[in-house]
Design a binder for this molecule. Structure first.
Ligand code: AMP
Ligand code: GLY
Length: 424
């Protein structure tokens, strides 16, 4: 079976790595991939938003299943496009991808199906006066969110009315582009955040792992929000009982609700959760795997990912069950100094090749180039280093031991990944 993975980050490197070990996979290709991924599988230079180019590539390479990594092509309708061309795809179609593509859709959907989430109101662009009136009286803090995809930058937590008004005015003035033309204004939830990942075939959802991310750039959860600076799996705060509660009250009702509305959800589903005193509540849905959570979850998965993806595409997940290695995994992201702002390109990274050959250490490439045998950084988040071990402490030591051997003066990383779980 021939798999084509769409994307070129650390998450896609992990997906390619897991698929390349599948006995089912005769070939794995990644588009566009990156030079690090090219060490694991073949890469083809087609961009994630080149929907026609991806269909052409899948045809040329006689691909059996296209596995879509990032949200952009999913929200653009890549899966609809592939299916119209008779190519099987693992990932939600455009209608299902609205769970991530439109926060207003997601919230209204949760309200229709009684899925626990923060209280909210939706305001369209021509309702700015009503939005301003609402933030003038609603209890603080308030969370102001751009409706559309805003690369993680579309959420403002306003502690004062002044800040809430500013956020509303900025969004309607175009601060988030079209994504902010509609706003969701939410109640602020208190609790610990954790994520649960499921694999879905339209009718059945199976938990594929839990994780906790580290969104802020610097130690102690300081600094600006990023795409994620590190993760570990499992998240001990999500006990087996809580996982079952999330599956029963959030994930399964979501699949059933979509199905009742004529939408088939096939693919990974990522639930961002707040564990509140009233039980778990859904903060957000992402219609893909998390990055870097994927790099911590997949190394724990014992069940063959190729079989699972085929099972999801065939609609037979009901008959499958998942097994994990008993160990823990912890991922540290290495980013170029300046991230999440603009970063210089081309700084040299040494010491990577010396890290090969340890089964419990995985180095996933997110934005590297190999120029005549030398690794260079070409982006914000550049590497994700995952350690595995019998305990979270052991996994952490493995990962940080490797990070210490990477010689990259222009890079930085957080030194406290895992603190929340280790403090428990
Ligand atoms: P989102 O993209 O919707 O997940 O929001 C990004 C981050 O903002 C989340 O990971 C939370 O840390 C925070 N956040 C979002 N919504 C809320 C809420 N209703 N209450 C508290 N924190 C929130
Ligand atoms: N690490 C957060 C995300 O993938 O959205």
């Amino acid at each position: 079976m021939r798999f084509l993975v769409i994307g070129g980050g650390g998450r896609e490197h992990a997906l390619c790595w897991a698929l390349s070990t599948s006995p089912l996979a005769t070939e794995v290709i990644c588009a566009p991939g990156n030079d690090g991924i090219a060490r694991t599988v073949a890469c083809a230079p087609v961009a994630v938003d080149d929907l026609d180019g991806i269909v052409r590539l899948a045809r040329e390479r006689r691909i059996d299943i296209v596995v879509v990594g990032p949200e952009l092509p999913l929200v653009m309708g890549l899966v609809d496009h592939l299916e119209a061309a008779g190519i099987r795809a693992f990932g939600p179609d455009r209608a299902a991808a609205r769970l991530e593509g439109s926060k207003a859709f997601m919230k209204d959907f949760c309200a229709r199906h009684d899925i626990p989430t923060a209280g909210y109101r939706v305001f369209a662009e021509d309702e700015a006066a009503a939005a301003l009136a609402h933030v003038g009286t609603a209890p603080l803090p308030l969370v102001v969110k751009a409706d559309g995809l805003a690369a993680g930058k579309g959420v403002v937590i306003a502690l004062t009315r002044e800040a809430a008004r500013e956020a509303v005015e900025a969004a309607f003035a175009g601060a988030f582009g079209d994504a902010g033309a509609t706003l969701v204004i939410e109640e602020f939830l208190i609790g610990e955040e954790a994520s649960l990942f499921a694999i879905c075939d339209g009718r059945t959802a199976l938990e594929i792992g839990t994780a906790q991310d580290h969104k802020r750039a610097f130690d102690g959860d300081q600094g600006p929000n990023t795409g994620g600076m590190g993760a570990y799996s499992p998240a001990p705060v999500l006990t087996p009982e809580l996982v079952e509660e999330v599956m029963a009250r959030i994930i399964r009702p979501t699949l059933a609700g979509l199905a009742a509305e004529g939408v088939t959800y096939r693919g990974f589903l990522y639930a961002g959760l707040m564990l509140t005193a009233d039980g778990p509540k859904l903060l957000e849905y992402n219609v893909r795997f998390g990055d870097p959570e994927c790099q911590a979850v997949l190394p724990r998965l014992m069940t063959d990912l190729g079989q699972l993806i085929l099972g999801a595409v065939d609609g037979v997940l009901e008959r499958m069950s998942l097994r994990w290695h008993p160990e823990h995994a912890l991922t540290v992201v290495l980013a170029t100094e300046g991230y999440p702002g603009a970063v210089p390109k081309g700084s040299v990274i040494r010491g990577l090749d010396a890290l090969e050959g340890d089964d419990d250490l995985l180095v996933f490439h997110a934005a590297t180039r190999n120029v005549e045998g030398t690794w260079q950084a070409h982006g914000g988040r550049v590497l994700a280093v995952t350690g595995r071990g019998p305990t979270l402490e052991a996994a952490r030591e493995r990962a940080y031991g490797a990070v210490a051997r990477i010689d990259w003066p222009r890079g930085f990383h957080r030194s406290d990944i895992g603190w929340r779980a280790l403090a428990r």
